[in-house]
Design a protein around this ligand. Structure first.
Ligand SMILES: [Zn+2]
Length: 114
């Protein structure tokens, strides 16, 4: 298992909370003691749901994508710091929904049930 965060820009699935196209998704390994030691968890940034997110790391992602609506291969370099800060944040503050829930939602969406 890699410890590198897996960042996906403009994922093809919408926000599981509101259905808005999300800005980015990051999958990180977490060592959460409570229920998911050793698992990887996926978090997303939604421009609607996370607009008032308290974490500066999340706000940084939103701000970056607001300024750079279309990320090209070259520009992703500039996003690196923002995204790695966010990945670090997610590692220490896993989202309240689990990646299993998210996977289920994505599968349901892909089946056309959402
Ligand atoms: Zn949302």
């Amino acid at each position: 298992m890699t410890n590198e965060p897996d960042v996906e820009l403009a994922p093809r699935h919408p926000c599981v909370r509101c259905g808005t196209p999300i800005l980015a998704a990051v999958t990180v390994p977490i060592s959460d003691t409570e229920h998911s030691a050793g698992r990887r968890i996926t978090a997303t940034v939604c421009p609607t749901c996370d607009r008032h997110h308290p974490a500066p790391e999340v706000q940084g992602v939103i701000a970056y994508f607001t300024l750079n609506e279309r990320i090209t291969g070259d520009e992703i370099e500039g996003a690196g710091q923002v995204l790695s800060d966010w990945a670090q944040y997610v590692t220490t503050h896993p989202p309240t929904y689990t990646s299993t829930d998210l996977d289920d939602e994505i599968e349901a969406w892909e089946r056309g049930e959402m």
